[in-house]
Design a protein around this ligand. Sequence first.
Ligand code: CMC
Length: 428
Amino acid sequence: MSEKAILEFNGEQHEFPIVKGSENELGIDIKTLRAATGGLVTLDPGYKNTGSCQSGITFLNGEQGVLRYRGYSIEDLAEKADFLEVAFLLIFGELPTKEELEKFHDDIKSKSVVDDDVKKILDAFPKTAHPMGVLSSLTSALTAFNPSSVDVSSEDAMYNSVVKIMGKFPVLVAWTMRKKQGLPLDYGDNSLGYVENVLQMMFKKPNETYIHNPIITEALDKLLILHADHEQNCSTSTVRIVGSSHAGLFASLSAGISALWGPLHGGANQAVLEMLEDIKEDDGDTKKYMAKAKDKEDPFRLMGFGHRVYKNFDPRARIIKKSADQVLGQLGIDDPILDIAKGLEQEALNDNYFVKRKLYPNVDFYSGIIYRAMGIPTDMFTVMFALGRLPGWIAQWREMRLNKEPIGRPRQIYIGENLREFKTINNR
Ligand code: CMC
C-alpha cells in the first residue's frame, strides 16, 4: 500500500502522508495542505469525506453493518452489559470492575441533586414547549449553578463534571416530562439502579408507589446502550466543536442536544411515529407514502430510513426490531403501528428506489414503538435518545480535551460579492 498521496497543482507535486486506523481505515493527512500549496483548502459539504479527528471510542463499518464501543460489539454489549457499565466503558476506555462501577454509581448519586432554583426556569416555559428545547436550555443553565464545572482541564475536575451531569441529566429529563403533565417535580431514589431510577423519576405518581416492571427497565436499558455513541455524527461533532473553544461540558452538551433535535438526526424517532400514525389514519395506505418518499418534487422522506454511514444495514435497527417484538409481546400490547412499520419496511426493502440508494431502516425506525409501549409520550422520544447519547457525548468531549485538540474552525470558499463602494442610505 502506498504510504502517501500525491496532489499535483500548478505543475508542482505535493506529498501528503496516509494515516491508518486500527481497523485499517485510511485517510490523507492534509494538515500541511494550505502552507504547501499557497492556500488551497478542501471543500466537502456535509463532511462526507472528512475525518475531523482520530478517536479511540467507537468503530463503525457502514458497509458491513459493524458497530463497536471501545472494541466490544454492540450485539454483545446490548445483551450482556448494562447502561452504566457501557457509560463507564465509553468514557474511561475499559469495562469497569465491580468496585469501579459501584464507585462510579455512588459518585453519580452523590451529585444528582439539581438546584431547586432550576424549577423556576422550568416554570417559565409554556406547557407547549418542545421537551428538547427545554432540556437543552436547562442543561446550559446548569453551568450557572455549577460554575466550577466550566473551566475543567485536570482529569479530576473533568471527572467531577462527568459524574455531576450523569447524575443531574436524568432529573432534568424527568422534570421536562413531568412539568408538561402537571406532575410534581421530584428527585429519584438513590437506592435504585440508574435506569430504574430514571423510570421512577419519570412515572411515579404523587399518590402511588411506582411498581417496577423488569421488562420495561431491561428494554430501556438496552435502548440507551444502543444509542450511547455513534462516532462523529452531527450532535457529537457539535459537542466536540463547541467544547474545542473550552466552553465547558454542560454548554457543549446543550449544543449537542439542539443538534440532535433535528428530524434528520435524533428527531427522526418522533417523526417516524408521527408518520406511522398518519399512515394508520390513512387506512394503512403505505403505498401512498412510499410514492411520496420517491417523488423528487415532494420533500417527504421515509423517516427512519437511510443513514449517512450504514449502506447495508444498521446493526442497532436489527436489535431494536427484535426487541420491539419481544417487549410488546411480553407486555401483551397489540399495536397496529408495529404491523404498519413491518409492512412499510418490507415494501421499502423490495423497492428499487430504496435498494439502489442502499436505504435501510435505521435505529430510529422501531425505537419509538418501544418507547410508546413504555408509556413515553411521542415528543419525549428524542429526549430519551439524548439520555442514551449522554455518555457518548461526554466520552468524545473528554477525549477531545485530553488530546488537547485545537479549536474547531473550518475554512470556506467565499462566493459572495467582491469589494464594493458603500452607498449612504439615501443613495441606494
Ligand atoms: N426517504 C427517501 N429518500 C431518501 C431517504 C429517505 N428516508 N434518505 C435518503 N434518500 C435519498 C435521497 O433523496 C438521495 O436521493 P438522490 O440520490 O436521488 O438525490 C439519496 O437517497 C441519498 O440521500 P442523502 O440525503 O444524500 O444521504 P445523506 O447521507 O446525506 O442522509 C439521512 C442521510 C439519514 C439524513 C437521510 O437518509 C434521511 O434524511 N433519512 C430520514 C431521516 C432519518 O431517519 N434520520 C435518522 C438517521 S439515524 C439516527 C441519527 O443519526 O440520529
